[in-house]
Structure formats: C-alpha cells, structure tokens
Design a protein around this ligand. Structure first.
Ligand code: SAM
Length: 270
C-alpha cells in the first residue's frame, strides 16, 4: 500500500482535535445507545459486511473511533486491525475492547495510529478492508480518492448528500459552527461509486440505511406478494436517499502470468 509522491491534504487540525476530544468521552457517548444510528449502521454497513462474509477473515478497519464494529464482529473474525488518525480515540477504543471482551477475543485486535491516505501495510495483507463514515472526514477530493486507492477490496459507506433532512442539518451546524465532528464532504451514491471505479475497483452490492425488509416472499399469500414486490421496489429506489450508503468494491483478479498461466502454451483446458 505505501506509495510515493506529494501528500494530499488528508486531515485538518481542528477536526483532529475534535476526534481526540471524543476519544476521551467514549464512556459518555456510546453509539450503541443511539437507536437510529445503530439501525442505520445495520442496514448499510453490516448488510455489506454480511454480503462479503466476515467469518474467519482478517479485516482492516480504516477510521475506528468508538469500537462498535470491533465489538460486534469480535467472535466472527480471525484478526482485525483498526486504524485511526487519533491516538486518544484508539486508546479509548482499546480500553473498551479490554473491558468488554473476553481476553481470547480481545487479543484478535491491534490498533494502529495511521493516516487512511498512507497506510503502513503491504498490499493484500488483509482479506478485506472496511471504511465506514470516514472518507467523508477527509478534507480534499484528492486525498479522499487516495484513501480508497490505498484500501483494495473494500466495503465503503458514507453519509448521503441526498438524504436531504440529514444533509440540511449538517450544513446548518457547519455554518453555525455547532457541529462537534469534522464532516468534510457528503457524498451522493454515484460519487462514491465513481471513486471506487477510479481506484480500479469493481462496484458490486449497494446498501443503504433505507432498504426493503429481508423476507421470503414466496412464503406469503399470493394476494400479498405483488403489492409487497411493488413496495419493496419503491423502498429500493428510496435507498438512494438513505442517510448512510455504500458499496462493496471488489479488486479485479489480475490474470496470472508465467508458466501454467492461460495463454502461455502449457495450459490445457479439461
Ligand atoms: C465518524 S468516525 C468513524 C466511526 C465508525 N467507523 C462508524 O462507522 O461510525 C471517523 C473517524 O475517522 C478518523 N479519521 C478521520 N480522518 C482520517 C484519516 N485521514 N485517516 C485515518 N482516520 C481518519 C477520525 O479520527 C474518526 O475517529
């Protein structure tokens, strides 16, 4: 993942100060107490994670903050590295993991202070990377692109510009300087898709905090199925206006070269 070249602006000191302060207040601001945040997270972030499959995998989490994802997936993963710009946030996260997890689970986690745009890991170190509501905190477009370039096979979610009441709230608080958290950019679903494409990744499954329920329609009476299908289609469309949206981006498999690779003259099709 390390690459040369001039570094784009990937942090602002005011935002970093607010992440540092938040890291000392995790006991008072536990996101698990916020029902709407958690339901949005389940619908978007965890739907994407389940789509990829997390069991027994090594995961890189870029932008950790409160370790809500770590606690949720501790039993399932094999190994998990959480990265954040803020040392205090990571200290707070480590204290929570040690307090809430059995030592056998807590030892799966490592916490590393690093910049999303300059990750200190070689390519293909992890089975998957996740980056939830973090690229939206990076100040420049160039740095946001660089962060996704760095991650490879990845689940990325962002706050959605088209969730109009939410976007209006962020805009008002930013203007009045009452927002305690450094949002730098709200995305449209198309925009985050384009960032993945520019990073050479293949956008796959899309998820949003507005989504149809997961029900098995053939099990329902026939009179219910058609109206339900229409309603679910409408909800899928409304997904583009959900508060948090994201994609699974896949890294295209590079064709092998060398002896035994297709086209080298030694390969035979059975
Ligand atoms: C909103 S929190 C993410 C919380 C969590 N992942 C979630 O799903 O809600 C954003 C985190 O990203 C971190 N962050 C912001 N810019 C970063 C960067 N350039 N590199 C690494 N972490 C960064 C902040 O310190 C903060 O803890």
């Amino acid at each position: 993942m390390p690459q040369g070249g001039a570094k784009p602006e990937s942090r602002s000191s005011a935002a970093l100060a607010s992440y540092e302060e938040l890291g000392t207040q995790f006991d008072q601001h536990d996101p698990r107490d916020q029902y709407t945040y958690m339901s949005s997270k389940f619908r978007s972030d965890y739907t994407l994670m389940e789509h990829v499959g997390v069991d027994g995998k090594s995961v890189l989490n870029v932008g950790c903050s409160f370790p809500v994802d770590e606690l949720y997936y501790a039993r399932k993963v094999d190994r998990w590295v959480s990265v954040d710009l803020s040392p205090r946030s990571l200290e707070g996260a480590e204290a929570i993991l040690n307090r809430e997890l059995h030592p056998d689970l807590a030892k799966k986690f490592s916490l590393v202070v690093a910049d999303a745009c300059d990750l200190p890991f070689e390519d293909d170190t992890f089975d998957m990377s996740i980056c939830m509501s973090t690229v939206d905190h990076i100040p420049s477009a160039e740095a946001r692109q660089k962060a996704v370039d760095e991650m490879g096979h990845v689940v990325v979610t962002v706050p959605n510009r088209w969730c109009l009441p939410y976007a209006a709230g962020i805009w008002k608080m930013t203007r009045e300087k009452t927002l305690h958290y450094g949002y730098a950019h709200l995305f449209s679903p198309r925009e985050i898709r384009r960032i993945g494409l520019r990073a050479g990744l293949k956008p796959g499954f899309f998820a949003s905090s507005i989504a149809p329920p997961d029900v098995w329609l053939p099990g329902y009476p026939v009179v219910i199925r058609w109206p339900a299908r229409l309603t679910f289609r409408l909800l899928r469309f409304l997904g583009y206006f959900g508060r948090r949206v994201g994609y699974v981006f896949e890294k295209p498999v590079r064709p092998r070269s060398g002896p035994g690779a297709p086209g080298d003259g030694t390969h035979s099709s059975a």
